[in-house]
Design a protein around this ligand. Structure first.
Ligand SMILES: [Zn+2]
Length: 304
């Protein structure tokens, strides 16, 4: 399958290729990730995601931004209908998008950001590669081939707030907790496969926060040891993900996500302390009837 701007985010592309977001989705909930691939399950589009795309397309090109605004007009603009004439007019943008316009201005006018944004390069560059025997797809916000720069734009909640990671028992900065180092490691690996270089490209995050006033920062993620560790984690997790994605293993339900809540079947009464922090219940297998239903579809679609 030849990946293009139009089919990059399609279910068909996701069936054939692994991506960083799909990998993260499988780690969060295998059942939801599979329901997305084979049962038409679509998680609700969050406002944060919409705002992120609004900013991204503005940095990509005028046409891309105009197209995005047209497709999401009613989510961006407040509409008012005149009772007498029945005519609809816009009365400004919703607050999140007013705020997004300020974020865009910050990206465009800050001198350090500007240096990168104005560089000759390719926006939304799609690359594919093979990582641990699995085909992957990546889409770079901006790629500057002659300087070997990978640039990622982020609208973040905060640059300084840290998050507790229950697995390591440590607090992490937003770059770690959002999995951007895993992303940087994968992107760098695939960029090397495509260019034949042995050294990693520079991976830079340009971030602006949604806070008022906005915070901003430019960060270099390159860290060879950390990249190696991230790839090691991917290697370990892929064994399981691959078995599930290829239909050789029943996916596990996380039990709490949008998908699991919407399909939940109670089996009886459980002690209250199963809700307390630190109590980790073993994940349930996906329900047999659902698994059977999509395995039929999946095989018809040529799974694995
Ligand atoms: Zn779930």
């Amino acid at each position: 399958m030849e990946l293009t701007r139009d089919n990059y985010y399609s279910v068909e592309a996701d069936r054939e290729y692994m991506s960083c977001s799909q990998y993260q989705a499988f780690l969060e909930c295998e059942a939801a990730a599979m329901a997305r691939l084979y049962l038409g399950f679509k998680p609700a589009e969050s406002e944060a995601l919409l705002v992120g795309n609004y900013v991204h397309t503005a940095l990509e090109s005028e046409e891309a931004h105009a197209e995005f605004v047209e497709n999401n007009f009613e989510k961006i603009y407040k509409l008012k209908t005149d009772k007498k004439s029945g005519e609809t007019s816009t009365v400004g943008k919703y607050a999140a998008f007013e705020n997004a316009d300020v974020i865009i201005r910050t990206f465009i006018t800050d001198p350090v950001f500007q240096k990168f944004i104005l560089m000759d390069g390719e926006n939304e560059k799609i690359l594919t590669g093979n990582i641990f025997g699995v085909p992957w797809k990546i889409r770079l916000d901006k790629y500057v081939p002659n300087k070997r720069l990978i640039i990622d734009y982020k609208t973040a909640a905060s640059l300084t707030k840290t998050e507790y990671n229950p697995k390591t028992g440590e607090r992490e900065c937003f770059i770690e907790s959002a999995g951007y180092l895993m992303r940087a490691a994968i992107y760098s690996e695939i960029e090397k496969q495509n260019t034949g270089n042995t050294e990693d490209a520079a991976f830079i995050i340009l971030a602006v926060t949604k806070e008022k006033p906005h915070d901003k920062g430019a960060y270099l993620l390159n860290h060879a040891q950390r990249y190696a560790w991230e790839l090691e984690q991917v290697k370990n997790n892929l064994l399981n993900i691959r078995a599930v994605k290829e239909g050789r293993q029943i996916p596990k339900r996380c039990g709490h996500c949008e998908y699991c809540r919407s399909t939940k079947v109670l089996k009886g009464v459980v002690p209250y302390y199963t809700l307390k922090p630190g109590f980790e219940e073993e994940r349930e297998d996906e329900y047999r009837d659902i698994f059977t239903a999509y395995m039929e579809k999946a095989q018809a679609a040529g799974m694995g």
